[in-house]
Write a protein that binds this ligand. Structure first.
Ligand code: FAD
Ligand code: NAI
Length: 501
């Protein structure tokens, strides 16, 4: 490294997202006298606001983009450096930023987040969504669009297809049902009618102890239309500079070039075979054209079910990859299969004095049987907070144990305007055939699924205002044998809270 160290900090945190900022806050509160630097590529930082502990492990909060000065005012020993880290030299405990400055550290925490794992990097008609800029780009392009194709079946796709208005949406999913990263075919079937017109239905609860679902035929497709004006009261407004948060789509107008109705066509069990420009399509064999008019769209997408769709652009909602590149060269980090920096139960990477938290890392300690990593706000906050505590504990020579939040996976979110709570092994992850499901479903109102293994509750999916999250969380944590209760567990006529008091 040619440049001299400008300054050595006791702690450097890289990344001004939820993980990095929470880590800074934790460290600065625990050791107020320590010199802390936050190095972040973006002009703003993300902070947690309106934090609410819903139950032992469930938490809800908003995410706001703020000026970094807010954090510096709160913590006088904090220096925020707005620059990107270009390289890291773990042996000399130093890093270099893109503006040529070099900083030393005693302890470092990498919270560089992730970036969209795009179908292709080169095509200007393929968009990913990550931050405020990419969300605004989507809004701009959408305002002129008549048809878009959304590829992917996780959080972003679920939110997008529900929110987009005035533009035809072709939604291509590789699976047999929608939302595969969050729930199964039963829950998907419960949610699907929300893509159609809103018809309030008040069915009596129907218990379905064994669960059956209708699956679409391979390569099958469905079209759903809905009049969003009937569903929504008032319309969303654009707030300049609003942050991407759990309700990121509420701050932007996801309106296509046409007015009124929403139309989503689902293409099941297919992947992307090829993405063409109109010129490339002109030169390709005629059978790939299908029913599309050559030249009428800027981009064409051929799916593995043989269908080709022209569209204004493609949204690649196909997951994230950890942002590790600037940190790897010349160092010896152990990487996980998903590309994340491996961290142990003290959030330490394989390099001395280097910690990591949030989307950039992969939790490689032996997990509690009820916990798994998912790249979410909640886990970014929990990991950042715990990494800060671990760094402080090491400096202060204090013992520290893995935090309780890693005992049970829990997530609260909203899909298709329903509250969704996921607990533990909500999809029977890793349980093979060694589990049983109990399901209660009231169309349009609630969907409750419980995963039982050896008579004990190990996971749950709660959609709608079920009010069951705390009781189920307790049942999972207590590992109570529920065999005597059998299917009564989900009997809607029993107040389950009283039952277990
Ligand atoms: C559209 C969208 C909606 C989402 N909705 C939800 C939701 O509803 N609920 C939920 O739980 N999760 C949601 N998530 C997931 C959630 O956003 C992430 O899990 C979380 O933001 C990860 O936080 P992080 O701090 O690890 O990373 P990030 O928020 O990505 O922050 C990384 C930071 O590192 C900085 N950085 C990167 N590289 C460098 C470098 N070389 N040098 C310096 N700085 C660098 C970046 O500028 C940024 O400030 C959503 C994600 C997206 C994209
Ligand atoms: N409400 C919430 O909790 C939300 C959470 N998020 C989080 O934000 C991050 C990014 O979201 P997503 O991009 O939706 O990621 P994701 O991980 O949730 O889903 C990715 C989806 O893309 C599919 N996929 C991957 N490669 C593909 C390919 N080549 N072709 C077709 N499909 C492919 C996967 O099967 C999966 O369905 C995730 O960590 C997600 O958990 C995002 C939005 C909402």
């Amino acid at each position: 490294m040619a440049n001299r160290k400008e300054k050595t900090f006791r702690f450097i945190i890289v990344g001004g997202g939820i993980a990095g900022v929470t880590c800074v806050e934790q460290l600065s509160s625990q050791i107020p006298s320590a010199d802390v630097a936050l190095i972040t590529a973006g002009p703003h930082i993300k902070t947690v606001t309106n934090y609410r502990q819903v139950s032992k492990t469930l938490e809800e909060f908003d995410v706001e983009e703020q000026a970094s000065s807010v954090l510096e005012e709160k913590f006088p020993n904090l220096t925020v450096i707005h620059s990107a880290v270009k390289s890291l030299h773990t042996r000399s405990h130093s890093l270099e930023t893109t503006d040529g400055r070099v900083f030393g550290y005693e302890k470092l925490c990498i919270c560089g987040g992730g970036r969209p794992k795009l179908l292709t990097q080169e095509n200007p008609y393929v968009l990913g969504i990550r931050d405020t800029d990419s969300a605004q780009e989507l809004q701009k392009r959408l305002s002129k669009a008549k048809r878009i194709v959304v590829v992917g079946n996780g959080g972003i796709a679920l939110e997008l297809v529900y929110e987009v208005e005035g533009c035809e949406v072709i939604w291509a999913v590789k699976d047999k049902a929608i939302g595969n990263t969050f729930f199964d075919a039963g829950a998907a079937q419960f949610l699907i009618p929300s893509l159609e017109a809103d018809k309030p239905e008040k069915d009596t609860p129907c218990k379905r102890p064994r669960y059956t679902t209708e699956e679409p035929a391979p390569g099958g497709s469905h079209t759903f239309t809905a009049d969003r004006n009937a569903r929504r009261q008032g319309s969303s407004s654009t707030e300049a500079g609003s942050a991407l948060g759990p309700d990121w789509h509420e701050g932007i107008v996801l309106q296509g070039s046409e007015q009124g109705t929403r139309r989503v066509s689902l293409e099941y069990q297919c992947e992307v075979e090829k993405i063409f420009t109109s010129e490339e399509l002109l030169n390709s064999p005629p059978q790939t054209l299908g029913h599309e008019n050559v030249g009428s769209w800027p981009v064409y997408i051929k799916l593995t079910n043989g269908k080709t769709f022209g569209c204004d652009f493609v949204v690649s909602a196909t997951g994230v990859v950890p942002n590790t590149e600037p940190f790897l060269h010349g160092n010896n980090f152990a990487l996980a299969d998903d590309g994340g920096l491996q961290v142990d139960d003290h959030m330490m990477t394989s390099e001395p004095d280097v910690y990591a938290a949030g989307d950039v890392c992969t939790a490689c300690w032996e997990h509690s049987p009820m916990w798994q990593q998912m790249r979410l706000w909640t886990q970014a906050r929990q990991m950042g907070w715990y990494a800060g505590r671990c760094m402080a504990a090491q400096v202060l020579s204090e013992p520290i144990e893995l935090d309780f939040c890693f005992e049970l996976f829990s997530h609260i979110t909203k899909f298709f305007n329903y509250k969704v709570v996921l607990l533990g092994k909500f999809n029977g992850q890793g349980l093979g055939s060694d589990h049983e499901l109990l399901v209660r479903c009231t169309k349009g109102l609630e969907y409750v699924k419980v995963v039982l293994s050896g008579g004990r509750m190990v996971g749950a999916v709660l959609i709608g205002e079920t009010d069951l999250e705390e009781t189920f969380e307790n049942l999972i944590l207590n590992e109570m044998d529920l065999t005597p209760y059998g299917e009564e567990l989900l009997n809607p006529n029993i107040d389950i809270e009283d039952y277990f008091d």
